[in-house]
Design a protein around this ligand. Structure first.
Ligand SMILES: Nc1ncnc2c1ncn2[C@@H]1O[C@H](COP(=O)(O)OP(=O)(O)OP(=O)(O)O)[C@@H](O)[C@H]1O
Ligand SMILES: [Mg+2]
Length: 235
């Protein structure tokens, strides 16, 4: 049987620019960015505050379309797909502030994307439990609400929910920003395992320079541009 090759990137940016504008002014937040991301790899995007990292992530997440250029997922540009479906099924975002649904239990949080995919509640609960186990959380979190678990546990629930959506691309904006060093390291290790063992593509935007030591590739944004990494003079 022919082996499928993974040389084609799962996500590709071609000359992507993005401008925020209102009637008074315009901000060029992302400028002419071209790059690609492959399956099974973990990437870090670093750069100063305001350099365009979150904006770039939101373009990859399908939360906005580029002003110019294209974000291409498995060969198809996000400007020619059903963007709601793309956001629901193809990419998942993990946030610094976790963004769990506060009025749902942890189990319900993870069931949510599964039910959106059409699973009945019973099936969804069974599958959600598998994802919760996969991120190394105990059964005891199922019935707790997000305010009844620790920050590290919340982030794991956030990741379990991301996986439950079926997305193979995980976009994480400062996923360790609200965690202490030890918990941050554990979350990074989990994300790394998801890339290296389960073939996810993990893209982490971060100020945490220790993350750059454990990823496969580091990219740096500066004033909207994505630059080749120069190891001197990082901030
Ligand atoms: N909603 C918005 N409307 C207008 N300008 C914005 C908006 N969001 C961000 N910007 C501007 O776009 C540029 C890039 O912002 P972005 O949030 O992408 O930076 P960042 O690298 O994620 O910064 P940080 O590290 O502080 O999170 C900045 O100049 C910022 O002021
Ligand atoms: Mg940001």
């Amino acid at each position: 049987m022919e082996q499928s090759s993974h040389t084609e990137p799962i996500l590709k940016l071609e000359k992507v620019s993005y401008q925020y504008r209102n009637q008074y002014t315009a901000v060029d937040a992302v400028k002419d960015v071209s790059t690609e991301f492959c399956e099974g790899k973990m990437y870090a995007i670093i750069g100063k505050s305001g350099s365009g990292k979150s904006t770039l992530l939101s373009l990859m997440a399908g939360l906005a379309l580029p002003s110019e250029g294209q974000v291409i997922y498995r060969g198809t540009a996000t400007d020619s797909v059903d963007l709601d479906k793309y956001r629901r099924e193809n990419v998942a975002v993990v946030y610094q502030s976790f963004n769990l649904f506060p009025l749902m239990t942890c189990l319900e949080n993870v069931c949510f994307p599964l039910e959106l995919l059409g699973m009945n509640p019973k099936e969804a609960a069974i599958t959600a439990k598998e994802f919760i186990e996969h991120v190394n959380l105990p059964d005891s979190v199922y019935k707790r609400f997000p305010n009844m678990i620790s920050g590290g546990e919340k982030q794991r629930v956030g990741i379990a929910r991301a996986l439950a959506s079926g997305a193979k691309v995980i976009l994480a904006d400062e996923p360790t920003g609200n965690l202490d060093i030890a918990n941050g390291e554990k979350i990074v290790q989990l994300l790394r395992d998801l890339a290296h063992k389960d073939n996810y593509t993990v893209i982490i935007v971060t100020h945490d320079m220790s993350i750059t030591q454990v990823v496969d590739e580091v990219m740096r944004m500066s004033d909207g541009y994505l630059l080749p990494l120069v190891t001197e003079g990082w901030e």
